[in-house]
Design a protein around this ligand. Structure first.
Ligand SMILES: [Ca+2]
Ligand SMILES: [Ca+2]
Length: 343
């Protein structure tokens, strides 16, 4: 069931993107286009279930002022919203660094009850500042992820990676899809995310370098990442609340820019090239999105679809004139820094 549901979510995301690209400017027009996708209302309810990743509600560390002899017990309430979804949190980790975020160590947490997870951080040297963060996964592969530090170093230099980028949710297994079904340049293996005060950075991890596709026949590859701040019980909110990063090297064929965002402004869907930079470095695709877009601003907590890939198969587009390939699950991001000092 979930596989089908996710494909439907992906179809919606790509339809939003593609309809915007062919100039369907009115949000209601886009939504009615989405509703024409076969069988969509049947999977509506199940679809909603995938929009609610695990959430973190409280954190406690013991002892509060650890010494070099103390193992630290970390207790966190992490669970999916029981009112909104049947999905369950199945894994949780506390990840810590004793060197200011250069290297990270992961400790799997034990589940105590349906809300509470307990993990241990081993004794650390006296005087050290220990940074830590949490991540968790649910039964559908959605992820809760804290971002403990800010990205530095854009633009990315050759043979270097951006700092402070962390793994968001993966796609479905097998991560390496059969090339007959998903070409390597559209095959997602996961996605990384990072942030600073002005921007959000996303690296959809592709098996081979992103490529444009072909103009004849029309097969224009589309790479997207998506941020959504609030989805209040209606999947169609995706169209109204989404901030979509789009990379489509051949988009100029349809008189569009190869690197742009789309989002709702009032009742209209707009495209914008000022809020985004797309970059291919070391064969990887990176988006840098301004936190401010239109009349909105991304806060410190939001949901992310790290990557979705598809192709436009026609330039006069309706809901059926595109195809989708791959898609990562939802991640709930929380930009938060946590630390304690060893006495
Ligand atoms: Ca894949
Ligand atoms: Ca593959």
């Amino acid at each position: 069931m979930f596989r089908m549901v996710k494909k439907t979510v992906l179809a919606i995301l790509l339809t939003i993107t593609m309809m915007t690209m062919v100039g369907a400017q009115d949000i209601e027009e886009i939504i009615s286009g989405i509703q024409e996708i076969g069988g969509i209302m049947d999977v509506f309810k199940e679809m909603m279930a995938t929009l609610y990743p695990p959430e973190l509600h409280s954190v406690k560390i013991e002892p509060e002022e650890p010494t070099a002899n103390d193992e630290v017990t970390v207790t966190a309430e992490i669970y999916n919203d029981f009112d909104k979804t049947d999905l369950e949190t199945i894994e949780a980790y506390v990840v810590y660094s004793a060197d200011g975020g250069k290297t990270w160590n992961e400790e799997e947490m034990d589940q105590k009850d349906d809300k509470t997870w307990v993990g241990k951080i081993p004794p650390q040297e006296s005087g050290k500042e220990i940074m830590y963060y949490f991540k968790a996964k649910d039964s559908a592969g959605n992820v809760y992820l804290e971002l403990p530090c800010k990205v530095s170093g854009w633009p990315i230099e050759k043979d270097k990676e951006l700092s402070c980028m962390f793994d968001s949710a993966l796609d479905d297994e097998p991560y390496d899809d059969d090339p007959k079904k998903v070409p390597d340049d559209l095959d997602l293996l996961g996605a990384k995310i990072g942030y600073d005060d002005e921007y959000i950075y996303i690296n959809p991890i592709l098996q081979a370098e992103a490529s444009g596709g072909t103009t004849n026949p029309t097969n224009i590859h589309v790479y997207i990442s998506l941020i959504v701040q609030s989805v209040s019980g209606n999947v169609m909110d995706l169209a109204k609340e989404s901030y979509v990063a789009i990379y489509a090297p051949l988009a100029e064929v349809g008189n569009f820019e190869p690197c742009m965002t789309t989002y709702a402004k009032g009742t209209k869907a707009v495209t914008d090239t000022d809020s985004i930079e797309c970059k291919i470095e070391n064969k990887q695709l990176y988006f840098r999105l301004k936190r401010k877009f239109g009349d909105k601003k991304i806060g410190n907590s939001y949901k992310l679809v790290g990557g979705a890939t598809g192709a436009a198969l026609s330039l006069t587009m309706g809901p059926t004139s595109g195809t989708y390939y791959d898609y990562t699950h939802f991640t709930l991001i929380n930009e938060v820094s946590r630390s304690y000092k060893v006495k």
